[in-house]
Write a protein that binds this ligand. Structure first.
Ligand SMILES: Cc1cc2nc3c(=O)[nH]c(=O)nc-3n(C[C@H](O)[C@H](O)[C@H](O)COP(=O)(O)OP(=O)(O)OC[C@H]3O[C@@H](n4cnc5c(N)ncnc54)[C@H](O)[C@@H]3O)c2cc1C
Ligand code: FES
Length: 320
């Protein structure tokens, strides 16, 4: 049993708090339903949230009984409230919107004061109805004085289409805090790094790559960026330029669809090309981002190819 806004609701067996509320016609904010985006953050004013539902939250949130509604199958009575809508959010300004290819936008926002992040993390961007979706940061803190996002515009997508149709330079926009543990750590500068992403999965990898180069990473860095067609690749010139300037970095754009390819492009899916190329991932650090099925399948195959689980960071762009 849970209590929400003064009313009791019974949960079905193994039902999450979020699913129970949705089944009763209540629509708290949510997006990925996978414990990733933190849009469904809730707080228990009575009862203790399960530890699974607090994975990835900050210690200060855990100690105040915050939890993720989509990941919480309660094992005791809980009285639940939503966080104050201003908590953990900042209002900022749109600096620039540009087209990176036919369907991907580059959105640059002013970095709010006291907004801290690591390259590779993601934030929730809220539309003017308060509906939020996660978008990965492509910018590098301390180097870029803006926050950069790469947004794949989904036909009829609530938030991505809103950004395309309704957002203009100088508009105010609400964002959440930066979250996610797929970040570059320079504790082993000699470790080889594989960055594998599809579509806008390039966004966090672009931030991680540039951070590693700035920290003068010494090991091999290979970026496999996958796309169905060559027209859907983006940032090719900037990435090739970085590869020309840094001998340790190799850029491998991969095309999975059937089309005649120039020599600079590799045929195949990015994850397959990486597995064929590297073969043994023992001691490699691996970052996987983008299509959720690709990320899930690759995490397993790269582990089976020798990488240790703690060296694999996976950010599936999951959607409910
Ligand atoms: C951790 C994380 C990081 C993310 N980072 C990025 C990022 O950097 N850039 C980015 O563009 N997106 C990113 N996403 C995805 C993003 O959060 C949204 O899911 C996406 O923009 C769609 O939201 P929407 O509101 O436009 O569409 P919705 O209104 O949510 O969906 C509209 C319809 O499209 C379907 N749909 C949604 N997404 C897709 C898709 N990718 N392919 C096919 N159908 C789809 C839905 O099932 C639904 O039927 C990330 C997601 C997560 C969880
Ligand atoms: S974390 Fe619960 S909906 Fe994304």
């Amino acid at each position: 049993m849970i209590k929400y806004e003064g009313r009791n609701y019974s949960l079905d067996q193994n039902e999450t708090v979020l699913d129970c509320l949705l089944r009763h016609g209540i629509a708290p904010p949510y997006s990925c339903k996978s414990g990733l985006c933190h849009t469904c953050l809730m707080r228990a004013t009575q009862g203790t949230p399960t530890s699974d539902s607090q994975k990835g939250l900050k210690q200060s949130q855990i100690s105040q009984n915050y939890f993720l509604g989509c990941a919480c199958v309660p094992n005791e009575f809980m009285d639940i409230t939503l966080p104050n809508s201003e908590a953990f959010r900042s209002i900022t300004t749109v600096l620039n919107i540009a087209q990176l290819n036919d369907s991907v936008l580059r959105l640059r926002l002013k970095k709010p004061d006291n907004f801290n992040y690591f390259a590779g993390q993601y934030v929730t961007i809220y539309n003017n109805n308060g509906i939020g979706r996660s978008y990965s940061l492509a910018s590098v803190p301390g180097t870029d004085d803006f926050l950069e996002f790469h947004i794949q515009v989904i036909p009829n997508g609530t938030v991505s289409n809103w950004i395309k149709q309704a957002v203009s330079v100088d508009d105010s926009i609400t964002i959440g805090e930066a979250i996610g543990s797929g970040i570059y750590t320079n504790d082993n500068l000699k470790q080889s790094i594989a960055l594998i992403g599809t579509g806008t999965g390039l966004a966090p990898l672009y931030g991680i790559l540039r951070t590693a180069l700035l920290k003068q990473h010494k090991g091999d860095i290979r970026l496999y960026h996958g796309s169905r067609s060559s027209a859907n690749l983006y940032l090719q010139d900037a990435l090739q330029q970085l590869a020309n300037e840094h001998s340790a970095f190799t850029y491998i754009p991969c095309i999975s669809g059937a089309e005649p390819l120039p020599e600079a492009l590799t045929a195949g899916r990015a994850n397959d090309v990486a597995l064929k190329d590297i073969v043994n991932f023992k001691k490699w650090r691996v970052y996987l981002c983008g299509n959720a099925d690709m990320v899930k399948a690759s995490k397993r195959s790269i582990f089976l190819a020798g990488a240790s689980m703690q060296d694999i960071s996976a950010d599936p762009f999951a959607h409910a």
